[in-house]
Design a binder for this molecule. Sequence first.
Ligand code: MIC
Ligand code: SF4
Length: 641
Amino acid sequence: MGLTIAQKIIKNHLVEGDMTPGSEIALKIDQTLTQDATGTMAYLEFEAIGIDRVKTERSVAYIDHNTLQCGFENADDHIYIQSVAKKHGIYFSRPGNGICHQVHLERFGIPGKTLIGSDSHTPTGGGIGMLAMGAGGLDVAVAMGGGAYYITMPKMYKVNLTGKLNPFVTAKDVSLEILRILSVKGGVGAIIEWGGEGIKTLSVPERATITNMGTELGATTSIFPSDEITKAFLEAEGRGADFVPLESDPDAVYDRIIDIDLSTLEPLIACPHSPDNVVKVSEVEDTKVDQVCIGSCTNSSLSDMLKVAALLKGRTIDPSVSLSISPGSKQVLSMLASSGALGDILASGARLLECACGPCIGMGFSPNSAGVSLRTFNRNFLGRSGTKDGNVYLVSPETAVAAAVFGKITDPRKLGEAPVITIPEKYAIDDSAVIEPASADEAKNLEVKRGPNIKPFPDSHPVTDEISAKLVLKVGDNITTDHIMPAGAKILPYRSNIPFLSQFCFTVCDEKFPENAKAAGQSFIIGGSNYGQGSSREHAALVPLYLGVRAVIAKSFARIHAANLINAGIMPLTFENPEDYDKLDQNDELCMEGIFEGMDSGKITLCNKTKNICVKLACSFTDRQKAILKAGGLLGYTKGE
Ligand code: MIC
Ligand code: SF4
């Protein structure tokens, strides 16, 4: 039987396990990336593991999330990451150099290699045929130390593209179409391979938009073949030597095949507050728009920005709209400047922001109250923009420009002729903002600089055979990590200060959660399906751990969050019968007994002492996961404590 692209890469990197879907496999990791918001914790964990030098082929630390610096916290964290990177063999991408995924694609990604990153949009690397996955910071720390990365062997899905996109229909619309088809949980447990004749019409930045947003499907990752188009991209980046061709075998077998004819697609839009709430732009036309944001790791490539500049040329934006532009990298910004396109953007009345995540994670540029914001980003979860009642829509750069120009949601085809842009044969290469690590010898005398923002880890709590605890919170389906541990300008600077963060845990759902959880001492949380979707932030597990949460019981879990819970020593358990969800209410007193035996048999009994009933919970922990839970988390397990 032939192999898919992902199966080939997995086979080449398999350290443990067999490639049967659903079973646990361990992979050798070639490259890692971190960003600063998850990076401080990841490097503290790497230091705690106690390995001197990274063992990967390439590890890069990016500063792109926490760049507002309203106080000492961000700057201290930047210095900590820069110094820890220099000492331990990690490349350091300075603030201003760009968003991790854009820069990694441009300068470091290599087809056929494995990459894990402490950011859920790491699958952007799939645009050049990498097996690139988002992971918790602790998993990245272990991989930097040479440890394997454990995942459940995914199923294989294929999206077959035929035809060609019409003018003003873009790769972003392809992403929105697949979200419309599959929903935010439709990719859980699967790797999505993109193929068919239609992919020959898609450039690497377009492919990267699609693999980036595959994260919103809950997929383990998404991947394109590495072909002539990949080769041309790497050559234009001066990295032709990194090219290796990669494709699936003609007789590769897929668990599901989805056909999309590109020529039938229309401009699409994801309405508030979920990326899969997708309709045609024409269906919501004329909605008044207050703000438009162009950028983020989904749509900030040079080609995206050149198209935006060409459409804005000679136009001014509607006086009632505020438009922000954040180019994805210094390379993109400098080429925009040298080509004159930046002048066209500025002349339109746009506000130029830093090459960073910015508004995407609520770091400034929050919309007005109840404002409508059209964004080229990948997530529009409630409150993520920083404005609680903001209404965020997700669109292509072309649709974003149409809204900025006309002041209301408008089908971009009303902008006239589609822009024809030419991508230079060579990108402007300047790696001066990437600082190389010290040599092993030099590193011995280097000191790691730690600011007062860095606080100790929460204490670990090894799982015990019996846990009696209160049900402190019951939530519904599709709870995101932005609900569990919100981000934004006021909170994000405290990513290495778990006690401070704990004041904000779950407050989007229940203002009193931190207080109630603390008062309860030990607690359980009940969730619906796809619990923990969204980001890779391990803080969404470490903070509940700090607040006393010992188990989360849900109808189903998102992949990275389930792994983060186990890594923190919290049990993710599911209902054997999902209807039992209705038998448990907030504030009920619950008890689990015989947990160790239950972990082995795959069934744990949960008794509701308030209602005098018991329900069955399911778990399928591997021996390794059981050992991690009994050690109180992956850190203790790795250190052999
Ligand atoms: C996000 O897009 O939600 C983030 C911010 O990039 C997160 C990481 C984080 O919370 O620091 C992600 O996607 O993993
Ligand atoms: Fe940054 Fe937004 Fe991309 Fe997350 S999704 S890495 S916050 S640009």
